[in-house]
Write a protein that binds this ligand. Structure first.
Ligand SMILES: *[C@@H]1O[C@H](CO)[C@@H](O)[C@H](O)[C@H]1NC(C)=O
Ligand SMILES: *[C@@H]1O[C@H](CO)[C@@H](O)[C@H](O)[C@H]1NC(C)=O
Length: 447
C-alpha cells in the first residue's frame, strides 16, 4: 500500500514538474488526479471557530450583512473604483468575512494547512504570514515563510545567486469595507489532498504573504484562493478547470462539500457559456420558473447593458442571491400567491425586505414547487425548498433571494450566491468558457 502510494506520488511530482502544471494528460493511461479540498462552511462543526450557541437567526443576519457587503464590493469593481491595473498590487479582491466557504490547502515544507476563502471573482492567492500584525483571529497555525524550506521571496530584481539581496515585491489588497492585507509576494509549494488519500504538490506557486492584516472584525479565514480566469490565478495554472460541489450549507455535520482543481474537475451535466468582465463570471439567464410556471420577465432584463450594468454573475463569495428588483418582485408575488394565505407573515429585524413566514420548511413545505433558473443552451439551476428558503429560527423561514436595490447600487447586477447552488456540482471550463451544472449528491463524487 505504502509503496503504491509513493509511486503515485512520485509520478505526480514528475508530471507536474515537467509539464508546467498545464496538463497531466501527457500520460494518457493515468486517470487524472483529483486535487481535492474539503470545503468548510462557517456553520460547520469542522470550522475551527464553530460557534455552537449561534442561532440560525444570528447566522442569517451575518449572511445578509456579508452578502450586502459583497454586492457593494461587486458594484465598486464594476464601476471601476477598486480595480488596480498593476498585477502585483492586485486590489482586485472581495470584501469578505469568511461567511462563505473555505478550502483547506497546505503551503510550504513542512506543509501548514490554511483555510482560505474560495473566490471565483479574484485571481490572487494570499495567506496570513508570520510574523503578523493583527492576525489574532487566524484559523489554525500561521504560515511562517522563514520556516518553510521551499519558500522563496519574489524579488523585484531576480536574485539568481547565493547571497544576493532580495528586495521583495510588495503585496497589498484593500477591500470595499476598507479591510486590507499587506506584505510581500513569495513562491512556495501548495499541497492538495487527492481522492486516493494521498497528496499532490504544485510547485512554485506565487502568492501574497500578508504580514499586516487590517480587518475590523474576525475575518473568519486565513486568506483568499482566487479562482477567476486571469493568467495569475491558481485555477488557470492548474489545468484550466475546476469544480465545486455544494451539498448542504445548513447541516453542520455535512462533510461532502468539496473543491476539485485541474484535470480531475467534474465538468458534467448541462453547460452554459460564461463571459468574464471585471474578473466576474457572467452567465446568460433566460428565465425563471416556479414549478411549471414561467415568470413573465421582460426580454433583456438580465442583459449586460452597454455601460456595464446589469447581467448575472455566478459567485462563490455571496451567500444569498440578489436579483434585479423587477424580477425579485415577480418571484415574491408568486411565492405569496402559493403560500401567502396559508402561512402568517414574519419580519426579520433590519431586513424588512425579506419574505418570511412562520412555519417549518421540512414540515410544511414538502409540496412547494421547485424554482428554476434557466440559462442559455439549456442549463438549469433548480432550487428545492431547502435552497430557496432558509429556516432562520425554529418557527420562521425566509426566501433566500433578495432585491438588488436593497443595496444602493447603480450597476445592478444579479448575483447567484452559494445558497442557491446547493445540491449542485458546478464546473468551470476556462478554456472553452463554459459553466456546468449537475444536480448531484456531493457524496457521490468522493472516490
Ligand atoms: C486541513 O487539512 C489538514 C491536512 O490534511 C488537516 O490536518 C486539518 O485537520 C484540516 N483542517 C480542517 C479544519 O479540516
Ligand atoms: C446604465 O445604463 C442603463 C440603461 O441601459 C441605465 O438604466 C443605468 O442607470 C446606467 N447605469 C449607470 C451606472 O450609469
Amino acid at each position: 500500500m505504502a509503496f503504491a502510494h509513493e509511486q503515485l506520488h512520485l509520478l505526480l511530482l514528475l508530471t507536474f514538474s515537467t509539464c508546467c502544471f498545464s496538463s497531466a494528460s501527457t500520460i494518457s493511461s493515468v486517470k487524472p488526479q483529483r486535487l481535492v479540498s474539503k470545503l468548510i462552511h462557517p456553520n460547520s462543526v469542522h470550522h475551527p471557530h464553530y460557534k455552537p450557541h449561534e442561532t440560525a437567526k444570528d447566522r442569517m443576519k451575518l449572511d445578509i450583512q456579508h452578502s450586502a457587503a459583497r454586492l457593494a464590493y461587486i458594484q465598486a469593481r464594476i464601476e471601476g473604483s477598486l480595480v488596480s491595473k498593476n498585477d502585483h498590487k492586485a486590489s482586485v479582491s472581495p470584501s469578505l468575512t469568511g461567511r462563505t466557504i473555505l478550502a483547506n490547502i497546505s503551503i510550504g515544507q513542512p506543509p501548514i494547512p490554511q483555510l482560505v476563502v474560495i473566490d471565483t471573482a479574484s485571481d490572487t492567492l494570499w495567506v496570513m504570514c508570520s510574523p503578523c500584525t493583527n492576525c489574532d483571529n487566524h484559523l489554525g497555525p500561521l504560515f511562517d515563510p522563514s520556516k518553510s524550506s521551499t519558500f522563496f521571496p519574489q524579488c523585484k530584481i531576480p536574485c539568481g545567486f547565493k547571497g544576493c539581496k532580495c528586495d521583495p515585491i510588495p503585496f497589498s489588497v484593500t477591500y470595499a469595507d476598507s479591510s486590507s492585507a499587506a506584505g510581500t509576494f513569495g513562491r512556495d509549494t501548495v499541497i492538495f489532498e487527492t481522492t486516493d488519500e494521498g497528496t499532490s504538490q504544485i510547485f512554485d506557486v506565487l502568492f501574497g504573504c500578508g504580514h499586516n492584516i487590517g480587518y475590523n472584525s474576525d475575518p473568519g479565514h486565513n486568506g483568499i484562493l482566487g479562482l477567476n480566469n486571469a493568467a495569475g490565478s491558481l485555477a488557470t495554472k492548474i489545468g484550466q478547470r475546476f469544480s465545486y460541489c455544494i451539498g448542504n450549507l445548513a447541516d453542520p455535520y455535512y462533510t461532502y462539500n468539496q473543491l476539485i482543481l485541474g484535470e480531475g474537475a467534474d465538468l458534467e451535466g448541462f453547460s452554459t457559456p460564461f463571459e468574464v468582465r471585471n474578473g466576474f463570471y457572467y452567465i446568460t439567464m433566460e428565465g425563471i420558473s416556479v414549478g411549471e410556471k414561467r415568470l413573465d420577465i421582460a426580454p433583456g432584463t438580465f442583459d449586460i447593458k452597454e455601460n456595464g450594468s446589469g447581467g448575472v454573475i455566478i459567485d462563490t463569495g455571496s451567500t444569498i442571491t440578489y436579483l434585479v428588483d423587477d424580477v425579485h418582485k415577480l418571484i415574491y408575488k408568486e411565492v405569496r400567491n402559493i403560500i401567502g394565505w396559508s402561512f402568517r407573515g414574519a419580519t426579520i429585524e433590519n431586513s424588512p425586505w425579506m419574505l418570511c413566514y412562520y412555519g417549518s420548511i421540512s414540515r410544511d413545505l414538502a409540496g412547494f414547487p421547485v424554482v428554476t433558473f434557466h440559462f442559455a443552451d439549456g442549463a438549469d439551476l433548480t432550487m428545492d425548498s431547502g435552497s430557496f428558503f432558509n429556516q432562520v429560527s425554529n418557527d420562521i423561514f425566509c426566501m433566500t433571494i433578495g432585491p438588488a436595490s436593497n443595496i444602493d447600487i447603480k450597476s445592478k447586477p444579479s448575483v447567484i450566491g452559494l445558497v442557491a447552488q446547493q445540491s449542485y456540482n458546478v464546473g468551470y471550463d476556462l478554456v472553452n468558457h463554459f459553466v456546468y451544472f449537475q444536480r448531484i449528491d456531493c457524496e457521490l463524487l468522493s472516490g
